[in-house]
Design a binder for this molecule. Structure first.
Ligand code: FES
Length: 66
């Protein structure tokens, strides 16, 4: 079984590595075969995916697992 890793990028998206399914609120699904980035800042025009808008909007977040 392959491992799925979700990395919280400082001041950026969630990086999803490994085989996973992203499902929206209507049940529409996208298969993640390698790596994808999910928006955390809420500003992406391609939600739920990151389009790098976070880099220019001044949004900051760098949470750590306690
Ligand atoms: S985290 Fe990249 S556009 Fe939102």
């Amino acid at each position: 079984m392959s491992e799925v890793v979700i990395s919280v990028r400082d001041n950026g998206p969630l990086m999803v590595k490994g085989g996973a399914i992203v499902e929206d609120g209507e049940g529409k699904r996208w298969e993640v075969k390698e790596t994808t980035f999910l928006c955390r800042c809420g500003q992406s025009a391609k939600k739920p995916f990151c389009d790098a808008t976070h880099r220019g909007c001044g949004w900051e977040s760098a949470p750590r697992v306690e």
